[in-house]
Ligand binder design. Structure first.
Ligand code: G4P
Length: 530
């Protein structure tokens, strides 16, 4: 457990300049949990790797406190971790590593200033997670890439560069390059200085990897052909202009790439240094009208994540707020943008997995967990003094639909309450057919969202649910006029969300294409919330 961070009082701008807020995106098993743990090791937040993620009872490191996550070994919910590295306060936002939860990832990325994309060197970019990387790209977030598991045999790194470029349209610019082939990984060339950094192993990577800086001459002498071929590849990279380019990185067009092995700690320090040296500090955030909210303006922030029942022993409800401007001080009364009501912040916490620390102060880039904030919704703005409204977080058009009924009708009240809560958390969207069956129709991007809902309704609300899939395969946001015209057309169902948004659900993309071609004036929008 890290101590509560005690910082000297600095101005808001000085504090913001020392913040780095980022998310790790990766395919399950690429090494995100291990890397997170190694970040904590290198920052001194934990004394030895393994202190958090015990060999037995693995995966306790970040957000894996939900029973289902532990059973399935996947990370479903997002948590924020904070640690200090080289005088910088680093906020690490956890994202779920599966395309089915890309909606959740989108919300987390709305609160991040950069992302680290972790790829398994043996697997490259996998189909199930392509969407997550695309989401990142669509937001033009600066992305740093880490090629992990270089201690094991894998795809030649030059091939992986091509794959990154081809699949997500991001130009990789390697900052470090492996010496020794995957499987016989000895260290890296730091392309900025040209020197060889030799790593040594520690037992299961439980402490920092000793590093030795070796001159080019010595490297050629001591590493022989491994050094020569690496050096040739590094030359080739320079020849094709794959050099670090800060401007295109910040614009989300190129990605500084680092190689390493989270397990043995090789390359972890370079990656953390890059976060501090290359990733952007928080900047002014645009409001709905496109005006910047300056960092030094009074407090403002927005809710990007709601999580209920984190602690089963006392039912609670935590809203995660990303600070955008000013200083957050616990206890201050803030204004809740959508209702204009005052909101007390006595119960404010920073999160470390399931454990909480009370947070007294926070600055732009930080994440504050407001406990028992049941009036807050995803996307809501909170501010002090000068009003501001930040844009809503867009939601994806759903691709799966199912009618939901409680298995036991005597649990109807709990079923309704659970659905309402889980919708608020963004687990699924809840829709109704204004002209048909009164049972709610749930909509999701991925099947696993339904699994989470089913599990949580039973476990947390004692209301097991029956889900029956409808034949619809995609949806578009529409308006009243189009909805009226659609009511006479087969293969389309118009559904209404609690906030009044109308969705047209189609059984086949072909229907949608045809209607769009025949009726160019009808509204079919792919972004559901704007
Ligand atoms: P995730 O959070 O992205 O799902 O991945 P996680 O860190 O849990 O890593 C998945 C598996 O890959 C773990 O093995 C982990 O030890 C291993 N791993 C992570 N980084 C590296 C690396 O750099 N090199 C190698 N060789 N392996 C790595 P496991 O067998 O599932 O668990 P464990 O028994 O090792 O803890």
């Amino acid at each position: 457990m890290p101590e509560v961070l005690l910082e000297p009082r600095r101005s808001v701008l000085a504090n913001a300049a020392l913040r780095r807020t980022f998310a790790i995106i990766s395919h399950p098993d690429a090494g995100k949990t291990t890397l997170t743990e190694k970040f904590l090791l290198y920052s001194g937040a934990v004394q030895a790797a393994g202190a958090v993620k015990a060999r037995e009872g693995r995966r306790r490191v970040t957000s894996d406190w939900m029973v289902m996550e532990q059973e399935r070994g996947i990370s479903i919910t997002s948590t924020a971790l904070q640690f200090v590295y080289r005088d910088h306060t680093v906020n690490l936002l956890d994202t779920p590593g599966h395309r089915d939860f890309s909606e959740d990832t989108y919300r987390v990325l709305a609160a991040a200033d950069a992302a680290v994309m972790v790829l398994d060197v043996a697997k490259g970019i996998e189909a199930q997670t392509l969407k997550l990387f695309e989401v990142c790209r669509a937001r033009r977030l600066p992305i740093i890439t880490f090629l992990n598991k270089c201690d094991r045999p894998g795809i030649p790194p030059l091939e992986l560069l091509d794959e990154i470029q081809a699949k997500i349209g991001l130009r990789p610019t390697p900052v470090t390059w492996p010496v020794g082939i995957p499987g016989d990984f000895r260290g890296v060339i730091d392309r900025r200085s040209g020197v060889f950094i030799r790593f040594s192993r520690t037992i299961r990577g439980s402490s920092m990897a000793p590093e030795e800086e070796v001159s080019r001459e010595r490297a050629a002498d001591e590493e022989g052909s491994a050094w020569i071929s690496s050096d040739e590849e590094a030359d080739l990279l320079s020849g094709i202009g794959a050099d670090l380019d800060l401007r295109s990185f910040l614009a989300g067009d190129s990605t500084p790439l680092f190689v390493g092995s989270a397990l043995t700690n090789f390359g972890v320090r370079h990656l953390l240094d890059a976060l501090v040296e290359l990733a952007p500090a928080p900047g002014p955030r645009m409001d709905v009208a496109g005006r910047p909210r300056e960092l030094s303006a009074p407090f403002s922030g927005f809710v990007f994540k709601i999580q209920a029942n984190m602690n089963p022993s006392h039912r609670d409800h935590v809203a995660f707020v990303r600070v955008c401007s000013g200083e957050f001080e616990r206890g201050e009364q803030l204004t809740h943008g959508p209702t204009g009501r005052l909101f007390g912040t006595k119960y404010a916490a920073s999160m470390f997995g399931a454990d909480r620390n009370t947070v007294e102060r926070a600055y732009p880039g930080d994440v504050v967990g407001l406990v028992n904030a049941s009036d807050l919704r995803i996307g809501d703005t909170l501010y002090s003094q000068d009003p501001v409204k930040f844009p809503a977080i867009p939601t994806f058009a759903p691709e799966l639909f199912a009618t939901a009924r409680p298995k036991d009708s005597s649990r109807y009240k709990q079923f309704r309450k659970g659905l309402e809560q889980l919708e608020q958390e963004g687990v699924v969207q809840v829709l109704h057919d204004p002209q048909g069956d009164p049972a709610p129709i749930l909509a999701a991007v991925g099947e696993m969202q339904f699994e989470v809902l089913t599990h949580r309704l039973a476990a947390e609300y004692g209301a097991p649910v029956d889900l029956v899939h409808t034949p619809h395969r995609l949806a578009r946001r529409t308006d009243e006029a189009t909805a009226k015209a659609l009511s006479a057309i087969r293969g389309v169902k118009v559904l209404r969300r609690g906030d009044g948004t109308l969705l047209a659900a189609f059984e086949s993309p072909y229907w949608l294409e045809r209607l769009q071609a025949d009726h160019p004036d009808w509204l079919f929008a792919s972004i559901v919330t704007e």
